[in-house]
Design a protein. Sequence first.
Length: 215
Amino acid sequence: MDSVLEPPRILLHHVRIPAALDPLQEAALLALLPEPRRSAWQRQRDPAARIATLCGIDLLCRLATRAGLAAPRVGDLVYPERGKPAWRDGPTFSIAHAGGVVACALASSSLRLGLDIEPSSRVTARVLRRIASPEELMHCRALGWSPAELWTSKEAVVKATGDGVFRLAEVRVEAGRAHLDGLAFHLLRPALLTGFACTVASDLPLALEMLQVDD
């Protein structure tokens, strides 16, 4: 089967985080996490966060199948101490979870890709002023964006570059573009769920295909 990632496109899938996973499924997904990421998962005290992590891996496997690729195997996923997770010799992916929802975006390995989701009510104008310039705030108000839409735009970009949230203020956002370190990113804002903001950032202008609308 030819991969639906070519010609270049982004696949996006999301689900609501369940209360629990089947023990066999949990064990199989946990086995895909390398050390020390697996140990960190086992030390995580928040059950919802633990489930969200594995749901993200499950979505990655589903997207790989949809793209006509073999799902990642043990040893394929890499979690560097700094930088974003990666699929060794595989496509680029980005996983985000917030507000009881987890999402995963998948694209070809030849680009930078970042995904972020946030409940619209979680990001306030006061919080946004810490990471946005007055010009960005005025621009976003003129476009009718919510604070969460600007926040997810910036966070999707730093996820695409592998940087942390400490660089959010350095990302400059326009209508459908953003810039960081001389790199330009295209921004896609899919209508993921009512009450949520979602942004996908990539350094190439790609089409977006949503596999599920879970409302």
